[in-house]
Design a protein around this ligand. Structure first.
Ligand SMILES: Nc1ncnc2c1ncn2[C@@H]1O[C@H](COP(=O)(O)OP(=O)(O)OP(=O)(O)O)[C@@H](O)[C@H]1O
Ligand SMILES: [Mg+2]
Length: 359
C-alpha cells in the first residue's frame, strides 16, 4: 500500500497544488509556515476523514473559498485507486474511485496511518480524554466494528444522562428504565473494554524492548485503568445499582468505560509525575513504534508513517534509532525545516520535496 499522488484544492494555504511520484521514503522540506504539515494533514484526513489539527473543517478551507477538496491516489494489491474528500457548507462528501460513499465507516481506513508529531509526543501530559480519543482512533483503524460499539455506547450514555437529569428534578420517575439501559450499557461497555485491554496488551508486548534502545536501564509498560476492570456483567450491574442514588443526585453517569484512562509506568512510577520531559517524549515514541509493529506483525497491515517535524524534538542518537526501527516496506512521510536533521544514508534513499523552491 503506497500513496502515489495527492491533489489539494483550497486546502489550507494551497489554492491548487499536486504532489506526485511519491516513493517509499519522502522528505518534505521547507521554511516555517510554507505548508509541510498541511500535506501530512491531508494524508491523515484521507485515512480518517478527520483532521488532527482541528475539529472544524471550515478553518481548513483556503481563505475566501467555499469548499476544499483532497484527492489521494494510492496503489494497493496491484491496483490503482483514489479517494476524495470534498467539504463545503452542506458537509463532507467522500468518494472512493469516484463512487460516493454513503457511510463514513465505509470510507475510512482505505489506508492506515501512524502519526508522530511534537503535539502527539505530549500524550502523557495530556488529559484522559485525549488519551482515550487516541486509542479509539488506533483501534478503529484495526476493527471497524469498534466505531459502531463506541457510537452505541455514547448514545446510551447520553440517553441515560438525560433520564438521570430528569430524575434529579422529578424524583418519582420509573427506575426500570435505568435497569434496562444499564444492562445495554454494560453489554457494549464490556466489548469496548476488551478491545482496549487487548490493544494495550499488544503494545506491552513491544514497548519495553523498543524503549531499551533509548535507555537500557528503564522499564516501561502501559497500565489500563478502567471502572470495568472486574469485567463481569453481573458484578458491573450490581455496582451500578449500588451507586444509582449517587448518579441520580449527580444527574449523570459516574461509572463506565467513558472514564477510562491508561498510565505509562516508568520504573514502577507513573511517568506523568516521574519521567523527565525528554523521557516522556521517548516513551510515547516507543509506544508509537510498538503500534507500527502491532499493525504489521499482528494484523499484517503496513501503516503509512507520518513524521511531522519530529526530528527537531530529538537528539541525533534517538533520531537514528527511529530510522532503524522503521520497517523498510512501510511508506514514510517526513517533514523538516532542515535537512541537517536527517541521517545522510537516509537522504540518499529518499525522495525530497523542497517546498521553498516551488513556484
Ligand atoms: N484556511 C487557511 N487558508 C489559508 N492559509 C491557511 C489556512 N490555514 C492555515 N493557513 C496557513 O497555511 C500555512 C500552513 O502551514 P503548515 O502548518 O502546513 O506549515 P509548516 O510548513 O508545517 O510550518 P512549520 O514548519 O512552522 O510547522 C501557514 O502559513 C498558515 O498560516
Ligand atoms: Mg508544521
Amino acid at each position: 500500500m503506497n500513496i502515489t499522488k495527492i491533489e489539494l484544492i483550497n486546502f489550507r494555504n494551497y489554492k491548487k497544488k499536486s504532489y506526485d511520484k511519491f516513493s517509499n521514503l519522502n522528505i518534505i522540506i521547507g521554511k516555517n509556515g510554507i505548508g509541510k504539515t498541511s500535506i501530512i494533514e491531508a494524508i491523515y484526513l484521507g485515512s480518517l476523514a478527520k483532521s488532527f489539527k482541528t475539529n472544524s473543517d471550515d478553518t481548513i478551507i483556503n481563505n475566501d473559498a467555499e469548499s476544499y477538496k483532497i484527492k489521494i491516489y494510492y496503489f494497493d494489491y496491484g491496483l490503482n485507486n483514489n479517494l476524495e474528500i470534498i467539504y463545503d457548507k452542506s458537509g463532507k462528501k467522500t468518494k472512493i474511485n469516484s463512487k460516493i460513499q454513503k457511510r463514513l465507516s465505509d470510507f475510512i481506513s482505505q489506508y492506515r496511518i501512524i502519526l508522530l508529531s511534537p503535539d502527539e509526543l505530549k500524550l502523557i501530559k495530556s488529559s484522559p480524554n485525549i488519551r482515550r480519543n487516541y486509542i479509539n482512533i488506533q483501534i478503529s483503524q484495526l476493527h471497524k466494528e469498534y466505531i459502531h460499539y463506541l457510537n452505541n455506547y455514547n448514545i446510551l450514555i447520553k440517553n441515560k444522562n438525560d433520564y438521570l437529569k430528569k430524575m434529579m428534578i422529578n424524583g418519582n420517575l420509573d427506575q426500570r428504565y435505568l435497569d434496562i439501559i444499564d444492562e445495554k450499557i454494560v453489554d457494549e461497555g464490556i466489548k469496548i473494554y476488551n478491545y482496549r485491554k487487548d490493544y494495550i496488551n499488544k503494545i506491552n508486548n513491544y514497548i519495553n524492548d523498543i524503549f531499551k534502545n533509548y535507555d537500557k536501564n528503564s522499564n516501561i509498560y502501559i497500565k489500563y485503568v478502567s471502572d470495568y476492570e472486574i469485567c463481569d456483567k453481573e458484578k458491573l450491574l450490581k455496582e451500578l445499582k449500588r451507586i444509582r442514588k449517587k448518579e441520580i443526585n449527580l444527574g449523570m453517569t459516574s461509572f463506565g468505560i467513558h472514564r477510562d484512562d491508561y498510565e505509562f509506568i516508568h520504573n514502577n512510577n507513573n511517568s506523568k509525575e516521574f519521567s523527565s520531559q525528554g523521557q516522556q517524549k521517548l516513551i510515547v515514541l516507543a509506544m508509537k513504534l510498538s503500534e507500527v509493529k502491532i499493525f504489521i506483525n499482528d494484523y499484517n497491515i503496513k501503516p503509512i508513517l507520518l513524521l511531522d517535524d519530529l526530528f527537531s524534538e530529538l537528539d541525533e542518537k534517538n533520531r537514528n534509532s527511529i530510522f532503524k526501527s522503521i520497517n523498510k516496506d512501510t511508506q514514510v512521510f517526513i517533514t523538516t525545516t532542515d535537512l541537517k536533521n536527517i541521517n545522510k544514508r537516509l537522504l540518499e534513499k529518499a525522495k525530497i520535496y523542497n517546498l521553498d523552491e516551488r513556484v
